[in-house]
Design a protein around this ligand. Structure first.
Ligand code: PMV
Length: 332
């Protein structure tokens, strides 16, 4: 199935004459505890495996769209107009094309992130989720949360999880049209759970997730073991969430992230997102854990560590990692 066919199925009543400026829409960033890595269908952005994330509360993207004259869309990121040829503006325009088709209407998209863009903090997730909400508003679409998640998935896989708060699961689905591949919030909360964002390098990452996934799939023999790892970890994450077993949650998330990175490192050319500071921090976490502190980490396709701990460890963690942004998704 093509994107155009999927969109016709998702939004059969698209009416370009009814578009209007949208309100501002916010979507949170999310951190996967069980990662999405690898596609079974690149055209529809369908994943090989299910994934499970935690949304980052107030950290995310705020976006609105309005109509504009001219030949190209205008994309404004953090108050700076983006070059129409930039990778960022192109991705935004391609996403709008899904709804706009061949229609000549151009849009101005204003978006701002309160997290570093493309530094592995999943800002593409919150960005495409907020853009989805703004476009649904602008085009006056009536979509269910699951249908909106399917639409957001077309922009960036992890964006389908950023439409929701708390713990969120993205079921890989089995249908060829991908209509069963969307995210849903889990009815589980965890007061006292803390996510600590350690800033290692806020620069742009060298290889984006899409290219990273393709390279891993095409060249890494370790990638064969990834689906099995993922299925096992998803079961453990569910068990950890249901029993509020923090050690099981942290150890599963950390091993899942390390296994994902192992598949990348075994690619050719090797895909190593880590900086020396990332490794130093991992070792610091392991030392602290050996000394009795219940502290774990996860990492996405970037050099930054995301620490996982509970409120009872907050002071000890802050004493070790000074420059830490701490998010408590269930306590605000
Ligand atoms: O949504 P994408 O295409 O940027 O891929 C996200 C990939 C990871 O962040 C590494 C894992 C995940 O599940 O978020």
């Amino acid at each position: 199935m093509t994107k155009t066919e999927l969109l016709a199925r998702l939004c059969p009543d698209l009416d370009l004459s009814a578009v209007k400026p949208s309100d501002w829409h916010f979507a949170p960033s999310n951190i996967a505890l069980g990662k999405y890595w690898g596609k079974r269908d690149a055209e529809l952005n369908l994943p090989l495996n299910s994934s499970l994330s935690i949304s980052l509360d107030y950290l995310g993207s705020r976006t609105r769209v309005m109509l504009c004259e001219g030949a190209a869309d205008e994309v404004v990121l953090n108050n700076r107009v983006q070059d129409a040829d930039s990778a960022f503006a192109q991705r935004v325009s391609e996403f709008i094309d899904l709804l706009r088709g061949e229609h000549p209407q151009r849009f101005r998209v204003e978006t701002s992130n309160n997290i570093p863009t493309a530094a592995g903090l999943a800002s593409s997730a919150s960005g495409f989720a907020a853009l989805t909400l703004a476009l649904v508003d602008s085009f006056n679409l009536t979509l269910s949360p699951s249908e909106m998640s399917v639409l957001a998935r077309m922009g960036s896989g992890s964006a389908c999880r950023s439409l929701f708060t708390g713990f969120v699961e993205w079921q890989a689905g089995i249908r060829d049209d991908g209509m069963d591949s969307f995210a849903q919030p889990l009815e589980i909360d965890w007061p006292g759970l803390c996510i600590g964002l350690v800033k290692v390098d806020a620069g742009q990452k060298a290889v984006n997730s899409r290219n990273g996934m393709n390279r891993t799939r095409d060249t890494s023999t370790l990638f064969k073991s990834w689906p099995e790892q993922s299925v096992r970890d998803m079961a453990n994450l569910h068990e950890a969430l249901e029993s509020h077993n923090f050690e099981l949650l942290g150890s599963t998330a950390e091993q899942n992230a390390m296994a994902m990175h192992a598949t990348m490192i075994a690619s050719w050319p090797p895909l190593l997102y880590w900086q020396p500071e990332s490794v130093a921090m991992m070792q610091r976490v392991w030392q602290l854990r050996n000394a009795g502190l219940p502290l774990y980490f996860t990492m996405d396709a970037g050099p930054n560590l995301k620490l996982l701990f509970e409120q009872r460890s907050l002071k000890a963690v802050q004493a070790e990692f000074g420059d830490l942004e701490v998010v408590t998704p269930f306590d605000s």
